[in-house]
Design a protein around this ligand. Structure first.
Ligand SMILES: [Zn+2]
Ligand SMILES: [Zn+2]
Length: 202
């Protein structure tokens, strides 16, 4: 399958629809999910619940959610703010899983792509530069899709200690704003229960 075929596939289209655009990060998440699903198919019992621990909040996290079914809202997707392209999948019951980590030298730095991205961010890119960036961005997405995922990632079996289950608890109103808030998330300040939002805007 060429990168073009994959881009046209239903699985990738779902990712692009959910994420809103095609970009190198989304493709990295797509490729990591392929490794994950491969490992899971070979190593998991059908009825085991799988959780994901994702160490970045970049574009790739969206493809992971669409393809693996581990989603933020379901409580089987855990985010760690480490800024790394590392994705761990494990069985909730046994803790046995797989760690998929981007290799340090997996991708060459594309200087021009980076330069154009900086200009765009700074708002100083001309119309021609913006078009050039889009071309570069798509080309890079294409190049990453053409790589064997095992060239991109180190994949190894791991044993994970489980993050705690998402709990749904009854809400209580915040003393200050009155908005219903999960009881365990309220903080007691001078005897009143205050929500995180009100605390931050103290
Ligand atoms: Zn993106
Ligand atoms: Zn409040």
């Amino acid at each position: 399958m060429t990168a073009g075929d994959v881009f046209a596939s239903e699985a990738f289209q779902k990712c692009a629809d959910f994420h809103g655009h095609i970009c190198p990060g989304l493709v990295i998440g797509f490729q990591a999910s392929k490794c994950a699903l491969e490992w899971l198919q070979a190593n998991r019992a059908e009825d085991e619940e799988i959780i994901a621990i994702v160490e970045t909040d970049a574009c790739c996290a969206d493809a992971i959610q669409v393809l693996t079914g581990c989603t933020f809202g379901k409580g089987n997707f855990f985010y760690k703010d480490y800024g790394k392209n590392v994705f761990t999948f494990a069985s909730r019951e046994s803790g046995k899983g797989v760690r998929i980590a981007m290799k340090p030298d997996a991708l060459d730095l594309d200087k021009r792509h980076q330069e154009l991205m900086d200009k765009l961010r700074a708002g100083t890119a001309s119309e021609a530069e913006r078009r050039e960036f889009e071309k570069c961005h798509l080309q890079r997405s294409n190049d990453i899709m053409n790589l064997d995922p095992h060239k991109l990632f180190d994949v190894k079996s791991v044993k994970v200690s489980m993050p705690s289950m998402a709990r749904v608890e009854p809400s209580q109103p915040c003393f200050r704003c009155g908005e219903p808030t999960m009881g365990t998330k309220l903080k007691q300040i001078d005897g009143d229960l205050i929500c995180g939002g009100c605390l931050e805007n103290f």
